[in-house]
Design a protein around this ligand. Structure first.
Ligand code: ATP
Length: 657
């Protein structure tokens, strides 16, 4: 297939060089998508149907036996050899069971070592004599040591995950799931599925995956390309809101950030913006040739009132205003016996007198300047925050040292979100076809709004875990978060089967649950390998370094997770001991397997063996105990095969049995 694509000669079929360039780019993309990945086999499963699937089941419907793989493969005649995992005919590979065989006689799973086929496993789903078994290949895949970036899970998507992956494009979904339940994996596979099922529409409207930080995005960035999907954008919320031109150079105290992130700020901004609309104090006179046309003050007032009452963006209404005034002039011209056409109306709309009215009545507003004024001018803020923010809250958001200009201001992440909100009040934000929002629990209401306005005409997949919320504004409930996102009807699903963390470790970490998120179901590990788990007292950093050295005897990646303030000392100790280490987001390789992970960056990542330095220090590094314990919960749940907790200070009491 790749050779066919490479051999395409487009010289005779393109009318001009633009066509040729566009077509060549498409061909290049196709060649790229068909790249041979040595470690990625073409198929991983086979389904033997009892009957030929109904003609409505599109791809490969004639045959009864299908090989299932990451992408569609056909032979020289164009007949399908491997069916895309996302095709309807592949679905029973993920969903069929002894209880509901879905017309499948045989399901075969293939096992690979590197790129070599080394095993297969059969289930005769329609044979009552054969009892249901758990798949060894699935177990092996789950227990496989981790190195390098995140991989796809197409060969082993579980039925409850598949339901989310294949849910329709029209609906938004929210997945609550504890650590390692596959939320990120499910979100990424859902994008891949939607791109398959709605390729043209999403190519037009665009898709986006939002993650908490660069290292996380780096960790997941290979998954979609490996599935042949190269066009999905990835960004953090900060990236989205700074794309409008402001630079984030500052931070906020928690008290300020909480108020700035509160949804009431949207109303403050709306009021402050609308306050720029000032009723006209006099009429307008438009001179054309030898004639003067007068639009009376009351008439202008009526036009402005009517526009202001409409559900229109500030900027769109501002653009409509000169045309409305011109229309009023035209009506007079007609009354006077003239017959003006559209050109006359446009000319009147561009008339200096009309422009002057618009400038006075409905001035252009720069979103960053608006926010600058709100944060610097106590009176202006008080006027528009009256009844919304109390005095303390107003004081919290006001800058102690007001910035002199938009450029000079040290905008914080929360400020950038306010500017984004203001910009959207002025001009509608472009909406995408589908947005995946990972680690969603950490967003403020204003950040949810920022994401939501990028999906007003599309749908979202929200992924998160309330127990892992570590921002002061972390969400307490999904319905609330979804309301801020503008998707109150999204279905909330829960995943509870854990694919990462071994039983002993998750049981230990779950001791924190009643203190950090009462009411959440603890994760039940599906791993059979018990893994290794130990909690020990350490005498100092040398003990921690020694533990890393021991962990490196195992295969796979090693993460040393520590409270942020302790990382510098640990880094020094590792260097002194001659142990090279990476930062999160840097790729682990067979030679460089140890990563020093500040606890604040551990979210979403995983390592085969984790050495966890001083839990109490992780708790203490946060502004309050609950956040500290949540941070600790995140840190405790990164291990795939083993966790060693080393403490110099006493353990937090919540970890005691
Ligand atoms: N069906 C599956 N088959 C094999 N591996 C799986 C499956 N589902 C998830 N995993 C693996 O489990 C690990 C955890 O998945 P993932 O990172 O998506 O979980 P998460 O719920 O996002 O975790 P966290 O809350 O910690 O961010 C990953 O290595 C992922 O590949």
């Amino acid at each position: 297939m790749r050779e066919d694509a490479q051999a395409l000669d487009i010289r005779d079929v393109t009318a001009n060089w633009v066509n040729a360039a566009v077509l060549q780019r498409q061909i290049d993309d196709r060649i790229k998508a068909l790249a041979d990945l040595a470690d990625t086999p073409l198929f991983f499963g086979r389904l033997d149907y009892l009957h030929a699937p109904g003609a409505e089941q599109a791809e490969g419907a004639e045959g009864e036996q299908f090989y299932i793989g990451r992408r569609h493969v056909h032979d020289a005649d164009g007949d399908p050899m491997v069916i895309d995992w996302r095709a309807p005919v592949s679905q029973p590979f993920y969903r069929a069971s002894k209880k509901d065989p879905m017309d499948v006689a045989l399901r075969r799973r293939f096992g690979y070592t590197g790129g070599d086929l080394t095993a297969y496993e059969d289930e005769h789903l329609s044979d009552p004599a054969e009892s249901a078994r758990t798949s060894k290949l699935l177990q092996q895949e789950i227990e496989r040591p981790r190195v390098g970036p995140m991989r796809d899970i197409v060969a082993t998507i579980q039925p409850e995950q598949d339901e989310i992956v294949r849910s329709g494009l029209a609906g938004s979904v929210c997945v609550q799931g504890g650590p390692g339940t596959g939320k990120t994996a499910v979100g990424l596979h859902r994008v891949a599925y939607l791109l398959y099922a709605h390729r043209e529409r999403l190519a037009r409207t665009g898709t986006l995956v939002i993650g908490p930080n660069r290292s996380f995005l780096h960790y997941i960035e290979q998954v979609l390309p490996a599935l042949g999907e190269l066009e999905v954008h990835q960004a953090t919320v900060d990236d989205l809101v700074t794309a409008r031109g402001v630079e984030i150079r500052g931070t906020d105290e928690a008290t300020a950030a909480i108020v700035k992130g509160d949804a009431r700020m949207a109303e403050v901004l709306r009021r402050a913006l609308r306050a720029h609309i000032t009723p006209p104090t006099e009429g307008a006179v438009v001179v054309r040739g030898s004639r003067r046309w007068r639009v009376a003050q009351y008439e202008l007032e009526e036009i402005v009132r009517e526009l202001a009452s409409r559900d229109m963006r500030y900027g769109a209404a501002r653009e409509a205003l000169p045309q409305r005034i011109a229309h009023a002039v035209l009506v007079q011209m007609e009354r006077a016996g003239e017959s003006p056409d559209d050109r006359v109306q446009n000319a009147v709309a561009r008339n200096a007198a009309v422009k002057a009215v618009v400038k006075d009545v409905w001035p252009a507003v720069d979103p960053a300047k608006l926010v600058l004024r709100l944060l610097s001018d106590a009176e202006f803020l008080a006027e528009h925050a009256a009844g919304l923010l109390d005095e303390d809250e107003q004081k919290a958001v006001l800058w102690v040292k007001p910035a002199r200009s938009v450029k000079a201001a040290k905008w914080s992440p929360a400020d950038a979100v306010l500017i984004d909100e203001a910009a959207d009040l002025i001009e509608r934000t472009h909406s995408l076809g589908h947005v995946v929002l990972d680690e969603a629990q950490d967003l403020s209401p204003m950040q949810y709004r920022a994401v939501g306005r990028r999906a007003t005409t599309g749908s979202v997949t929200v992924l998160g875990d309330l127990a892992q919320g570590t921002t002061p504004w972390a969400t307490a409930s999904w319905p609330e978060a979804l309301a801020h996102l503008g998707k109150p009807d999204a279905v909330v699903e829960e995943l509870t089967a854990g694919f990462r963390v071994p039983t002993d470790v998750i049981t230990y970490a779950s001791r924190l649950l009643p203190h950090i998120a009462p009411g959440l179901t603890p994760v039940a590990s599906v791993r059979e390998n018990p893994g290794s788990f130990a909690v020990r007292e350490a005498s100092g950093v040398d003990d921690v370094v020694a533990a890393c050295r021991r962990a490196l005897r195992h295969e796979g990646s090693i993460g040393l997770i520590a409270a942020d303030p302790r990382c510098a000392a640990l880094a020094e100790a590792l260097t002194a001991a001659g142990l090279p280490y990476l930062s999160p987001g840097e790729e682990t390789t067979a030679d460089a397997r140890l990563t020093l992970v500040p606890a604040s960056l551990a979210k979403g990542l995983e390592y085969d063996y984790v050495v966890l330095d001083d839990p109490a220090a992780i708790v203490d590094a946060e502004p309050d105990e609950r956040t500290g314990l949540r941070r600790l919960y995140v840190a405790l749940t990164r291990a795939v095969s083993g966790l060693q907790v080393l403490h110099t200070a006493p353990l937090p009491e919540q970890l005691e049995d």
